[in-house]
Design a protein around this ligand. Structure first.
Ligand code: RBF
Length: 362
């Protein structure tokens, strides 16, 4: 009997010890069939509230890389969400009408978020934001901080411009076809604004002067973002004055500069995207801002209610939104290999953060 009792006690202890193991193992086995439950829990996301986005292009989309990317990036995000929709509105080239046109878009009350791109847009929208306190705005290629209805993202344009300026400096001091003995580079801009005057023009010149401190910059203003004839006239007079490399920040007016550079065997530096194919043999350097990626990410965040309004974010090349396009066949064709290597060293030093180029106060 005694030994039977002992046996029973041992069996009970054994069972007590093993029970949690069995329960745990059983629980694990049951985990699989539970999986569909998890999917059901996620279902409300599919029945989410409708989200309407206004994509406002301050100008005309075609011919302006950052505007093309704005529309493309927004479309990419909206396509992922059945509850999201977007409408693209172009404000045209008459800037005096922008605030009024923007007001009529917002006044419809149809849009959860308005997204737009260029450094002037937060200020164009400032007054109407006060009139429509529920309207949210996202601005890319712009900076505003501390406004509860606005979120913004600014690129470090000093970096992009320095990379292009350094290449312009290498070309103007070289014996490449069309490069002369004058230490003169040029830039054709559409209009003046703080981001241009404080980041792009100084960054371009600083990059060139890192090659040779005696390089000077011939600076010309078209007066609008579309007049290719005027841009061409300016380019001619620059070439006559000894300029052999011309930077272009003039949107739809840039082809006027391409024409002249082609006729006169000169070179063009291009901001914002890979545009070598727009003038092969003439566009010798392209910077790129990855605005499609930025817009697609931030619109997705907006759809999911994750945008932090009130913030202004500064993006640099380490964040993955700015680069120099050094692997395009057109670039590899025009620029001699030794020059490519020299340029790459500087680009790499910016990309790695060993050469720090700060964004100034705008
Ligand atoms: N860039 C363009 O490519 N096309 C434009 O029509 C255009 N319009 C602009 C209007 C204003 C008022 C400002 C401040 C900038 C504009 N930009 C335009 C320039 C753009 O924001 C950016 O600075 C340059 O493309 C260089 O990255």
């Amino acid at each position: 009997m005694k030994s039977n009792k002992k046996l029973l006690a041992a069996a009970v202890i054994f069972l007590l010890l093993i029970t949690p193991v069995l329960v745990f193992a059983g629980g694990q086995q049951e985990a699989e069939p539970e999986a569909p439950m998890v999917e059901k829990e996620e279902a409300p996301e599919k029945k989410a509230e409708p989200f309407a986005l206004a994509v406002v292009v301050p100008g005309v989309t075609a011919g302006s890389p950052l505007y093309e990317q704005l529309v493309e990036g927004a479309q990419q995000a909206v396509d992922k969400y059945p509850n999201a929709s977007m409408k693209v509105v172009e404000l045209g080239f008459n800037q005096a009408e922008w605030a009024e046109k923007m007001t009529s878009i917002v006044a419809t009350g149809k849009y959860d978020v308005v997204i737009s791109s260029n450094p002037s847009m937060p200020f164009v929208c400032m007054e109407l934001a006060g009139q429509f306190p529920d309207q949210k705005f996202i601005f890319v290629d712009a900076f505003i901080e501390g406004h509860p209805q606005m979120a913004s993202f600014l690129y470090n344009q000093v970096e992009q411009s320095y990379m292009l300026g350094y290449l312009a400096g290498l070309i103007t001091t070289s014996d490449m076809t069309g490069a002369n003995a004058d230490l003169k580079i040029g830039i054709v801009v559409a209009q003046e604004y703080p981001a241009l005057n404080k980041m792009m023009v100084p960054g371009f010149l600083q990059g060139a002067q890192a090659v040779n401190a005696d390089i000077t910059l011939d600076y010309r203003v078209v007066g609008n973002w579309y007049d290719a004839n005027k841009a061409g006239e300016l380019a001619k007079s620059m070439v006559d004055a000894g300029v052999d490399v011309i930077g272009v920040i003039c949107g739809g007016a840039a082809p006027g500069v391409f024409e002249v550079a082609k006729e006169r065997n000169k070179y063009v530096m291009y901001w914002d995207d890979n545009s070598y194919a727009k003038a092969p043999g003439v566009i010798a350097g392209c910077g790129a801002l990855h605005q499609t990626k930025l817009v697609s990410e931030v619109v997705e965040d907006a759809i999911n209610g994750k945008v932090k309004f009130g913030t202004g974010v500064k993006l640099n090349s380490r964040d993955g939104y700015i680069e120099f396009i050094g692997d395009d066949p057109n670039y590899l064709d025009i620029i001699p290999a030794a020059m490519q290597a020299e340029h790459k060293k500087v680009v790499d030093s910016i990309m790695s953060g060993s050469l720090v180029l700060e964004v100034p106060e705008l």
